[in-house]
Design a protein around this ligand. Structure first.
Ligand code: CDP
Ligand code: CDP
Length: 220
């Protein structure tokens, strides 16, 4: 599969990775991997089963045998549509806690590699360019100020009918940034050779165009 092109898009929470990666994949007709969803699915399973979040072995087992299915933008867990449920802040926060565990990360590697299929893949997350697809044709580090990201998350939650509080969101976001950036394994850092794109003052459309332009240049 090493000849199949990969675009790796990493960045902090609410930087727009999902939105941009998804649209770039659509434009190119590529597959799309939302790697964060795998951590969220593991978190949702653990929350539902009441798994002790300190029990690394049990969490890794959950991750390794995730009965998940991705189709038409919907995410299924054991046949149940959990596309909306996994977006709840509680699930995201739990995901970032279990994502520090090396055996959980290891358990999700082969599932992620399996998304690399012809004609190509756009993958978003925290370690797509650094760990999972280190030889990606294009690596992008998407970022934005913590204020811009909190605003985006706030709007997304309200639009979906969830309740949200701006101060709590800012605090959660900073705590998540802290955990994702400072963990020992696969910390959130721009990969070697990554193009950094700060979208604080940029629309998603312009971000998509920029990534497509970089890919066209890289694919030459
Ligand atoms: O949408 P948002 O950026 O908030 O989060 P996400 O991409 O859905 O990921 C949820 C959590 O999973 C993150 O806070 C990370 O801690 C973790 N994650 C990770 O460690 N590695 C990845 N490749 C993707 C997500
Ligand atoms: O995946 P990640 O957590 O990085 O972000 P997302 O779930 O794609 O959410 C980003 C939100 O900000 C979406 O509602 C986008 O419409 C919006 N947005 C963006 O993605 N990029 C911009 N440059 C501006 C806004």
């Amino acid at each position: 599969t090493s000849h199949i092109p990969v675009i790796a898009i990493d960045g902090p929470t609410a930087s727009g990775k999902g939105t941009v990666a998804h649209r770039v994949a659509d434009k190119l007709g590529f597959h799309y991997l939302d790697s964060g969803a795998l951590y969220r699915l593991t978190a949702l399973s653990a929350l539902r089963r009441g798994t002790d979040l300190r029990d690394e072995h049990a969490l890794a087992k959950l991750a390794e045998h995730l009965p998940c299915h991705f189709a038409n933008g919907e995410i299924l867990l054991a046949q149940e549509n959990v596309t909306e449920q996994i977006r709840a802040e509680e699930v995201g926060n739990t995901a970032s806690k279990i994502a520090v565990l090396p055996t959980v990360r290891q358990a999700l590697v082969s599932l992620q590699l399996g998304f690399r299929k012809t004609p190509g893949l756009v993958a978003d997350g925290r370690d797509m360019g650094t760990v999972i697809f280190p030889h990606a044709q294009l690596k992008v580090f998407l970022t934005a100020s913590v204020e811009a990201r909190a605003q985006r998350r706030y709007k997304q939650l309200i639009d979906k009918g969830f309740s949200a509080n701006m101060e709590d969101l800012l605090m959660d976001l900073q705590a998540r940034d802290e955990r994702d950036t400072h963990r020992a394994i696969a910390p959130l850092v721009p990969a070697e050779g990554a193009h950094v794109l700060d979208t604080s003052e940029m629309t998603a459309d312009v971000a998509v165009e920029t990534v497509l332009k970089w890919y066209a240049a890289a694919a030459k």
